[in-house]
Write a protein that binds this ligand. Structure first.
Ligand SMILES: Nc1ncnc2c1ncn2[C@@H]1O[C@H](COP(=O)(O)OP(=O)(O)OP(=O)(O)O)[C@@H](O)[C@H]1O
Length: 280
């Protein structure tokens, strides 16, 4: 795995089909499906943001969603754990299957769904609470009756933050550096023991060293969780993901395959044009 991980949005000189792929030791054979979208359409009022997307996302792999600005990557990601429910004008048609169920069925509780499908955002957003309370937050909400301190430690270890904060668990999460705050948010996301972690450009607000740590972390997270990540950073997608889905303008999924195939030999000319920086 390359250790350079600066975000390169807009830096076309770094966009090349020669990017290093296949960073992980995981088998490229696609296993069980964790999340599937079927004929998914999403509208904001009259504007269509996702157009007839069907995709099967494998469990315990890193799947990257890439594509130019405004092509619907974040909208698609937010459909998976129904974060779009919070947007009044947003309407979803079609199915998103998780755990053998359409998450849009009437009997699905979105709060319970989000415990199973956690989310990490672009800007680190710890609560103005102690490090411990940040991680324990979701556990308290779900009425977790196990050993909270042990779970906090386990989650901070899982987010590669424990060694840096173990002596300051009562300090505010806001006093940490940006990269530490993002790892704290990852610890908070994994504490309720989800199956899927959605990440919306999790390194784009971080410096290259902090971003590199998060990339290494994501690689390890996929041992245990299904990771679905939106990134503008082509090199990042190539380095850390097993599968890559390319969205293009109009919210269409134009190609979805093993990451190495997408970056080395895409089927679609417009995908090649996009990843070589000819547009987007
Ligand atoms: N809350 C919203 N209300 C209305 N329109 C929205 C909303 N969020 C997104 N859109 C529109 O939906 C389309 C897809 O946006 P989305 O943010 O999903 O794309 P994206 O590929 O993630 O973009 P970016 O890479 O710039 O973050 C865009 O046309 C955007 O303007």
């Amino acid at each position: 795995m390359s250790n350079t991980s600066s975000d390169t949005t807009g830096d076309e000189s770094l966009i090349t089909t020669d990017v290093e792929t296949g960073s992980t030791d995981r088998s490229t054979a696609v296993g069980e499906t964790a999340v599937a979208a079927r004929d998914l359409d999403v509208f904001y009022g009259d504007e269509q943001a996702i157009d007839d997307v069907s995709i099967e996302i494998p469990e315990k792999r890193v799947t990257a969603l890439i594509g130019p600005s405004g092509c619907g990557k974040s909208t698609f990601l937010r459909c998976i754990n129904r974060m779009n429910d919070m947007i009044d004008v947003c309407r979803v048609e079609g199915d998103v299957e998780f755990g053998g169920k359409n998450v849009y069925d009437d009997d699905v509780d979105p709060v319970a769904l989000r415990r199973k499908i956690g989310m990490v955002f672009q800007k680190p957003n710890p609560f103005p609470k102690s490090i411990r309370d940040n991680v324990a937050y979701g556990l308290k909400i779900q009425g977790f009756d196990g050993d909270v301190d042990a779970r906090v430690e386990e989650s901070l270890k899982g987010a590669a933050l424990w060694d840096e904060v173990k002596d300051q668990l009562d300090s505010s999460g806001l006093d940490l550096s940006g990269g530490q705050q993002q790892r704290l948010c990852i610890a908070r996301a994994i504490a309720p023991d989800p199956e899927v972690i959605l990440m919306d450009e999790p390194t784009s607000a971080l410096d290259p060293v902090a971003a590199s740590k998060i990339e290494d972390l994501i690689d390890g997270l996929a041992e245990e969780y299904t990771v679905i990540i939106v990134t503008h950073n082509m090199q990042q997608a190539a380095r850390i993901s097993d599968r890559t889905a390319v969205f293009l303008t109009g919210g269409r999924l134009v190609e979805y395959d093993d990451t190495a195939k997408i970056f080395e030999d895409p089927e679609e000319q417009r995908v090649e044009d996009y990843i070589t920086g000819k547009f987007g």
